[in-house]
Design a protein around this ligand. Structure first.
Ligand code: SAH
Ligand code: SF4
Length: 406
C-alpha cells in the first residue's frame, strides 16, 4: 500500500484468477505455433484471429469456421474475453460513457469512452481511456486510483479487451473508435511489457489496426520506462503527468518524484522528442492554492521554455478524501498565459473533467466503500501539512512508494 492510499479500500479480488490467457493478448505467431504443436493446421490461428478482431462471434463456441472438437481445445486453453462483466454509466448528456469492468478474480478496472462530435473541418472522434493496472502504486493524492492503492498488473488481453468492448458498442451504432489513451487506472510504465504487447495488438493492421499516432501512453514519470520507449522508436504519443515544476511540490503530488525528480523526467521527455521528432504532451492538473500560483506558473515556463512540448491544463476533478478543490477558471487562464508568453503551446481543458480520463478510478473507489472517517481525516490533515511544507520549498522526507522504482 502506498503512503497516501487508504486502508482496506482495495482488497485483492475475491476469486482466484482464471489461468487461461485471453486470446486477444496472444501474438499471431504464438497462436499459430499453438495449433501446429497440436498437429492442427496453422490456418486455424487466422480463423480464430478473424473471429476475435472482426467477426460476430461472442464466444469460442460461436466461431463457426472452426470444427467443434478444435473449439473445445481452444476453450480449454484460452479465454475469448477476459472481462467477466461490465457496468455502464453514461455522463455528460451521453457524450461520455464510463465502464466499470469486473475481471476473472473480481478485480475492478475502469475505461471511459468519450465522444467528440464533428466540428469545423474535424471529423467526429471517439476516444477510449483505458486502464493498465487495477489500482496504482504511485499514490498521487488527487487521484481516485492512487487512493485505492495497488492491486495487480493487468494481463495483455485484459488491457486489449477494454478496447474490444468499446469498439463493439460503437460498432452497434456504426461508429468506430478513433483514439486510445492509457490514462485510466494504473501507471502504464510500471506494467510496460504487457502495455507494449497490448499496443502491438491495437496497432497491428491484422488485429485491431489503430494507427500508432492515435495511441497515447501517459506516465507519471517512470524514467527507465520512458528511456525504453524512446529506444523503441516513434511508436505512439507520450504524455507526461508533470503537475508541478518544483521538486518539493511534485514530491507531494506525484510521490515517485522522490525517486525520479523533475530534471530527470523532463530530460527523458526531451530525449524522446529528439529521437522521435514527436512533441511530448505534459499534463498538469491544477489544484486551487496548491500548484496554480504565479511562482509555479513561472517555474513551469522556465522549465519548458524552448522545448518541443505541449501543455494541457486540467482543473482537478473533484475526488473524495482530499482537502483540495479545482483551480478557478480565471486562475487557470492566467497560468496558461504565463506559459504561452514563454512560447509554450498550452491548451486549457474546460468542460469535461473526464477529458483525459481524470474520472478513472472513481467508480472503483465508490464501489470499494467508505473508509473509516478517522483515516480520511488523518489523510486530509497530512496532505494539508505536506503541501504547506512543500510550498515553503522544503523537500519531502517521506519514502518512495513501495513497488515503484528499482
Ligand atoms: N498513471 C498515469 C496514467 C493514468 S492517470 C499518469 O499518471 O500519467 C491519467 C491522468 O489523469 C494523469 O495525468 C493524472 O494526473 C490525471 N488525473 C488523475 N486524477 C485526477 C483528478 N482528480 N483530476 C484531474 N486529473 C487527474
Ligand atoms: Fe497512479 Fe496516474 Fe493516479 Fe498517479 S495519477 S496515482 S500515477 S494513476
Amino acid at each position: 500500500m502506498s503512503a497516501s492510499s487508504l486502508p482496506l479500500l482495495n482488497p485483492p479480488g475475491p476469486a482466484p484468477r482464471d489461468p487461461r490467457p485471453g486470446l486477444s493478448g496472444v501474438a499471431p505467431a504464438e497462436l499459430e505455433r499453438w495449433f501446429v504443436d497440436r498437429d492442427r493446421p496453422a490456418y486455424r490461428a487466422r480463423q480464430v484471429a478473424d473471429a476475435i478482431w472482426g467477426g460476430r462471434a461472442a464466444s469460442v463456441s460461436e466461431i463457426s469456421t472452426v470444427p467443434a472438437a478444435v473449439r473445445a481445445e481452444i476453450e480449454a486453453a484460452f479465454r475469448f474475453d477476459t472481462v467477466a462483466d461490465t457496468e455502464l454509466r453514461p455522463a455528460d448528456a451521453g457524450l461520455t460513457e464510463k465502464a466499470l469492468h469486473r475481471l476473472s478474480d473480481g478485480a475492478l478496472v475502469e475505461s471511459v469512452l468519450m465522444h467528440y462530435p464533428a466540428r469545423g473541418g474535424q471529423r467526429e472522434r471517439h476516444t477510449l481511456c483505458i486502464s493498465s493496472q487495477a489500482g496504482c502504486a504511485v499514490g498521487c493524492p488527487f487521484c481516485a486510483t492512487g487512493e485505492l492503492g495497488f492491486t495487480r498488473d493487468l494481463e495483455t488481453a485484459e488491457i486489449v479487451d477494454q478496447v474490444r468492448h468499446a469498439a463493439r458498442r460503437l460498432a452497434a451504432d456504426e461508429r468506430r473508435l478513433t483514439n486510445v489513451v492509457f490514462m485510466g487506472m494504473g501507471e502504464p510504465l510500471l506494467n510496460l511489457d504487457r502495455v507494449l504487447e497490448a499496443v502491438d495488438a491495437l496497432n497491428d493492421p491484422a488485429r485491431f489496426g489503430l494507427g500508432a499516432r492515435h495511441i497515447t501512453v501517459s506516465t507519471s514519470g517512470v524514467v527507465p520506462g520512458m528511456r525504453r520507449l524512446t529506444a523503441l522508436g516513434p511508436q505512439f504519443t507520450l504524455a507526461v503527468s508533470l503537475h508541478a515544476a518544483r521538486d518539493a511540490l511534485r514530491d507531494v503530488l506525484v510521490p515517485l518524484n522522490r525517486r525520479w525528480p523533475i530534471a530527470e523526467v523532463v530530460e527523458a521527455a526531451r530525449a524522446h522528442a529528439r529521437a522521435t521528432g514527436r512533441r511530448v504532451s505534459y499534463e498538469v492538473t491544477l489544484i486551487a492554492g496548491v500548484n496554480d500560483t504565479e511562482p509555479d506558473a513561472r517555474a513551469m515556463a522556465d522549465l519548458l521554455r524552448g522545448d518541443h512540448a505541449h501543455v494541457n491544463l486540467i482543473p482537478m476533478n473533484p475526488v473524495a478524501h482530499t482537502p483540495w478543490t479545482a483551480s478557478p477558471m480565471d486562475v487557470i487562464e492566467r497560468f496558461a498565459a504565463t506559459l504561452r508568453s514563454a512560447g509554450i503551446a498550452t491548451t486549457v481543458r474546460r468542460n469535461r473533467g473526464q477529458e483525459i480520463g481524470a474520472a478513472c478510478g472513481q467508480l472503483a473507489a465508490e464501489r470499494a466503500g467508505e473508509p473509516p472517517a478517522a483515516a480520511v481525516a488523518r489523510r486530509r490533515d497530512r496532505l494539508v501539512e505536506e503541501s504547506a511544507t512543500a510550498l515553503r520549498g522544503e523537500r519531502s522526507r517521506a519514502a518512495v512508494p513501495a513497488g515503484v522504482g528499482e
